[in-house]
Write a protein that binds this ligand. Sequence first.
Ligand code: HEM
Length: 475
Amino acid sequence: MLDLTAQSSADGRAEPYHASRLDFLRYTAQFARDRVETLRRIRRNFGPFVLCRAPAPFPRLMAFVSGERFNREIFSKTDTWQTYRLYRHYKVGHASERLAQGLIRLNSGPRQKHYRKLIAPALSRSTVKKATARMLNTAEAEIVNWPAGEATNIWDRVCQMMQSMAITTLFGNARSSGCPVAEMINEVNQEMLSLRLLRCPFNIPGTPYNHMLKRAERLERDIIDWAEAKRGVTEPTNLLSLLINSVDEQGRQPDMNSIVGYLPTLMTGSFESSQSTVFWTLLLLSQHPEIAAKLVDEIEGFDAHAVDAGAALDKLELLDHVVKEGMRLLPAVPVQARISKESTSLGGYMVPRRTYAFLSAIYTNREPEVYADPDAFLPERWETLKPNEYQYLTFSAGPRRCPGYWYGMASVKVALLSILKRFRVDFTSEIPIDHTVSLVMYPRRSAMAILRLQDQSREASSIRGKVCRLMPMAD
Ligand code: HEM
């Protein structure tokens, strides 16, 4: 067995494990199917720094890394290590290509910095605090329609709630325009990433590719109509209004193609990771009913009508620790990818231009030097633990760290608080819960749960599926 912890030479160089071509073929096929599980095997079999060269005709170097040292090196050098387009199945010059650009795929530079700065006030801690009461009302309005005592697809319910909350809070409460656009963005994103498109990427009527192109055209039209309606309407907490009514980094009026590119990233950013976090945290709580019961005790003391609901939310310590622990074990974005724009040093080892690096939040967050008993669900560890951003990758790190931290945290807390106040979410084993990852990790199929009126029962839910390998289960 290899020594996986001490792979540094005396001069501080990390010694990479060089995987063979056979390993490459084996692991890339697995990676396409299940990124999280493949990274787990690579980490377990070869350690935190693995280099792997793809065979000809594309002899690219790939680096699979995990842990503070590599995260710091890669995330702090944003000019060298850049994001790259995730979507492969778009048509050049078509709506699908314009929709696939976006802040997350914009490489570092004046434009990217300009847009981060533009949206920052709307996502700041103080703005989010002021919006807490509205978020609570939106969550409550969703929950009253949840069917008490019945089995329901809890994943769909959570998605619906988080989308409503984001549209109400960050997109000017424009539910009639925003909800259909959000739905369509989800569908186009899924279609663009689907393996069915990869198998048949031809624009022939009736094919999935043709279907995706048509849907992308409709989505683009709807975004343009919505943006035009906001032109001249200044709303400082509405991200769309900010985009359409502000000049770009060179002082020019923004062109519609940019809006079409940025809005999907901002919209999905505003709810996709939060809905994943709420879902996985509910699943973890279903396996740890004693912690769930304590959390309900804390929540019962919360005054939803407090004059300063934001301050009241901040006082819920256990809720804060449960959310942090949930995101540690099952982070919304478990794997991040970067490409080097020039040859550079990684772990003291020179790697060439166009090296792909895969960074793993899910295993960084379980490094035993930082997290004692790393696979256990122990919210109380957060009473004293203060990892730096490179040791705890949930919102990424460095200059391109997620700008939505405050809203993301608050929305997750508001959702959990509102759900648990009323219901105990009792997952069923009817459908296995398998995880899948595009950028965000979510359940592959429907996830069924019975919404029991909150009774603080100490009984864990019985669940099955691939996710059980990633999380601590009830005994
Ligand atoms: C629980 C909630 C959230 C989590 C866990 C989360 C996580 C992340 C992560 C890990 C990244 C880095 C992705 C990468 O580099 O590959 C990211 C980037 C980003 N997120 Fe979030 N996010 C959350 C909420 C939000 C919200 C509410 C917004 C608001 C619109 C948002 C907007 C963005 C944007 C624009 C980026 C790209 C930043 C850049 O590249 O400069 N996120 N997020």
